[in-house]
Design a binder for this molecule. Structure first.
Ligand SMILES: *Cc1c(COP(=O)(O)O)cnc(C)c1O
Length: 393
């Protein structure tokens, strides 16, 4: 479980790539850290003869370092950075045409669901939302006009695990692209391109940035034609990150392996403790052997991540009381930072979904989602213990 091999075809191990890929000491000054190139424009030697950069929306050296870094970590040849995770997802959608059909998960990230149903719907793109943990359901949803299968794994907030290889095969049999949102797992734990995906998408805002202080997105592919089209839309639409944001994410990716190790260790510890707690009905964590897709997760991931959720044996109000009374966990949306966060999906991240639909999808009133941070796991456990006790007793 703790053996993290180099991404395929790469000389150096993941930990080494995280620190060095895409980055060289600055040739002019020797600066060890990639400078923040705040310049919007770049001198040309003669009209059309630039030195690799002309205008910062089109390309910027700090951004190029980040793009190369994230691509290397995913074991991909081409990387592109965006101003947010939604910016990167939107750019994948730009590859589609009116009349195309997309198969996706019935529990995709809320922002992705909104983009699909409220933006792309009006451009005559059709969607089928299915249980992507069931390859047969994906297979049955494929139509002649299906151009994309979009999935994420583990999913939010029930930590369902999707078999990427099975889904990619189904997509390719139907002449569709397979894109995977790898935000929850990060490339340290799972590299979708190695399992047949065509495009990997990230919200850099989460684990890759890692410190809850920068919003960003990225796409990685091994297909030069797809990358060229992504690059065209990146420049044409302009959802590009500023160089300071790129610098912050680059600083984050350097410590990704050590952070993820601790996120996983703390989450595993809390998951097994919660699993035996008398006031907890169910724990959703792919590392638990009772998890319905534990075998897929064990095969596809190097470890099980820092996100978990659990169902309090109690009412909406009791669950609200729990998340409001933690001292170490902060009550907030988002995830993947060094600090532990707790939230209640029903009234918060998934509040827009009507109650019946929400409950049918397993998002009950007592469900609580946790982004396990890097604090002492003893303090985290004690904090949850006092919050659960106070809420239900
Ligand atoms: C946060 C998130 C996004 C959106 O990313 P932003 O950076 O907030 O735009 C997409 N997918 C997943 C799985 C996320 O957690």
């Amino acid at each position: 479980m703790d053996d993290h091999e180099a991404p395929e075809d790469q000389e150096f191990a993941f930990e080494t790539q995280a620190i060095h890929a895409g980055q060289e000491p600055d040739p002019r000054t020797g600066a060890v850290m990639t400078p923040i190139y705040a310049s919007t424009t770049f001198e040309q030697d003669a009209p059309g003869e630039d030195r690799g950069y002309e205008y910062s929306r089109t390309g910027n050296p700090t951004r190029a370092a980040l793009e190369a870094n994230v691509a290397a970590l995913e074991g991909g040849e081409y990387g592109r950075a965006f101003s947010s995770g939604m910016g990167s997802i939107n750019t994948v959608m730009n590859l589609l045409e009116a009349g195309d059909h997309v198969v996706t998960g019935d529990d995709v990230y809320g922002g992705t669901h909104r983009l699909f149903t409220q933006v792309y719907d009006q451009y005559d793109v059709e969607f089928s939302f299915v249980d992507t943990t069931d390859p047969d359901a994906v297979s049955e949803a494929i139509r002649p006009e299906t151009a994309l299968v979009w999935t994420e794994t583990p999913t939010n907030p029930l930590m369902r695990v999707v078999d990427i290889e099975a889904i990619a095969d189904i997509a390719h049999d139907g002449d569709a692209l397979c894109a995977v949102d790898n935000t929850f797992a990060t490339p340290y734990l799972q590299r979708p391109l190695e399992h047949g995906a065509d495009i990997v998408s990230h919200s850099l805002t989460k684990y890759l940035g890692g410190h809850s202080d920068v919003v960003g997105g990225a796409l990685v592919t091994n297909d030069g034609t797809i990358d060229e089209r992504i690059g065209f839309y990146q420049n044409s639409v302009g959802a590009t990150p500023d160089p300071f944001a790129c610098f912050l994410v680059l600083r984050g990716t350097k410590t990704l392996p050590v952070r993820m190790d601790r996120h996983c260790e703390n989450a595993r510890d809390l998951a097994s403790w919660l699993d035996g707690h008398p006031d907890v009905d169910e724990v959703f964590y792919p590392g638990l052997e009772s998890h319905p897709q534990h075998d897929v997760a064990a095969r596809q991931m190097d470890d099980f991540g820092g996100m978990l959720s659990f169902e309090l044996d109690g009412t909406l109000e009791e669950a609200s009381a729990l998340v409001s009374s933690t001292e170490v966990f902060t009550l907030a949306e988002s995830l993947g930072g060094v600090e532990s966060l707790v939230e209640q999906p029903a009234p918060m991240t998934h509040g827009a979904i009507p109650k019946e639909e929400r409950e049918a999808a397993g998002l009950t009133d007592g469900l609580i989602r946790v982004s396990v941070g890097l604090e002492s796991v003893d303090d985290l456990r004690d904090d949850l213990e006092q919050a659960i006790d106070g809420a239900v007793n």
